[in-house]
Design a protein around this ligand. Structure first.
Ligand code: FAD
Length: 310
């Protein structure tokens, strides 16, 4: 049986929750957790707990950590060396950047931002037409390359004995990219696309200042704060916070829409949330036909009360 590779994302020496979800999505397969550059021993226990039979610790000549071209070449080399027939990752900024390059190097098709994968049948499930339909696609390939939407699979431990394989890729930096500086947006804020809970403010929030009310609530529950396009267009929030067709796609366990009407373009970006709660003072707002729980009322009364209760 050929193995399944999972490209692991690590932050502050911890495996990201989204990568553990991808590990779970590969249930039943012999899993190779691909760790690029950094220390592998510190994440061995966690990856073994989530079913990694092997950690492929990939190094390469040159500065692997700061060069997506070199990273992609190194991963592709590992895929060939260990004859992996599947490579999964997260549809995150890193995943989007890396997988397109890996697909080009391996000359294999890539399916990105999927909500489910069946490795045995070589099928994936993807949201289409702004979230109105889901398509199941059968992929004809030698190596299935697929990124999964963060939070699409709940991480579930399945402890396995795990070893670390050191692999030095036989690749050279093509010299096409020079990273001058890396800046993290939003300081210490949680990444919107990976957060387990998202609380979004729509046009009703009325000012940038009033987002502090949502941030106070978000802090209590470990949520990221999002915005509708109307709020972004009005200058209340930066575009990096926009959820929807022309913003970010999120799939949290809990989505709380505050003063958002529920336009189809907004829905396109949060439809796959597990539980949707809407707070709106208009009982006929379209969001109420699309949510799991609805609260009819004024966000300026409900959010502070909710924050206090939490
Ligand atoms: C091509 C295209 C792409 C688009 N992409 C996106 C996108 O990516 N994301 C996106 O969000 N939109 C997008 N839009 C815009 C979208 O159609 C809507 O206009 C937008 O989502 C509306 O934002 P909103 O719900 O915040 O504002 P509104 O539609 O104005 O709704 C505000 C809601 O707040 C409620 N409200 C007001 N005051 C209070 C209060 N005090 N308490 C409680 N409720 C209150 C009102 O009842 C109302 O329902 C796109 C549109 C187009 C044409």
């Amino acid at each position: 049986m050929a193995g399944t590779g999972i490209l692991i994302e690590i932050e502050n020496n911890m495996v990201k929750e989204a990568s553990l979800g991808v590990m779970t999505a590969a249930k039943g397969q012999e899993k190779y957790a691909l760790v690029l550059g950094q220390e592998a021993s510190s994440v061995k226990e966690k990856l073994g707990e989530y079913g990694a039979a092997h950690i492929l610790h990939i190094t390469a000549p040159g500065n692997l950590s700061a060069n997506p071209d070199l990273q992609a070449l190194a991963v592709a080399d590992a895929v060939k060396e260990y004859q992996l027939d599947t490579l999964l990752g997260t549809a995150s900024a890193m995943g989007k950047d890396m997988f397109a390059r890996i697909a080009a190097i391996l000359e294999e098709p890539l399916v990105s931002d999927c909500v489910a994968v069946n490795i045995k049948d070589r099928t994936v499930k993807k949201s289409h037409f702004s979230g109105k339909t889901f398509a199941t696609l059968k992929i004809n390939c030698s190596c299935l390359l697929c990124t999964l939407r963060p939070n699409s699979t709940e991480p579930e431990p399945s402890p396995t004995a795990c070893d670390i394989i050191e692999f030095e890729a036989r690749v050279a930096d093509p010299g096409l990219i020079k990273i001058v500086e890396t800046r993290k947006a939003g300081g210490a804020r949680l990444d919107l696309t990976e957060a387990p809970i998202v609380i979004t403010g729509g046009r009703a929030i009325k000012s940038a200042e009033n987002y502090k009310m949502l941030e106070a609530c978000a802090q209590k529950i470990g949520a990221a704060v999002g915005a509708s396009r109307a709020a972004v267009d009005a200058g209340y929030a930066p575009h990096s916070m926009q959820v929807g067709q022309t913003g970010k796609t999120v799939s949290p366990k809990l989505y709380i829409a505050c003063g958002v009407s529920g336009a189809v373009q907004h829905f396109a970006g949060m439809k796959t949330s597990k539980v949707i709660v809407a707070i709106n003072e208009d009982k006929d707002a379209p969001i109420f036909s699309k949510c799991d729980y609805g609260i009819i009322g004024d966000i300026f009364k409900i959010i502070p009360a909710l924050t206090e209760k939490l």
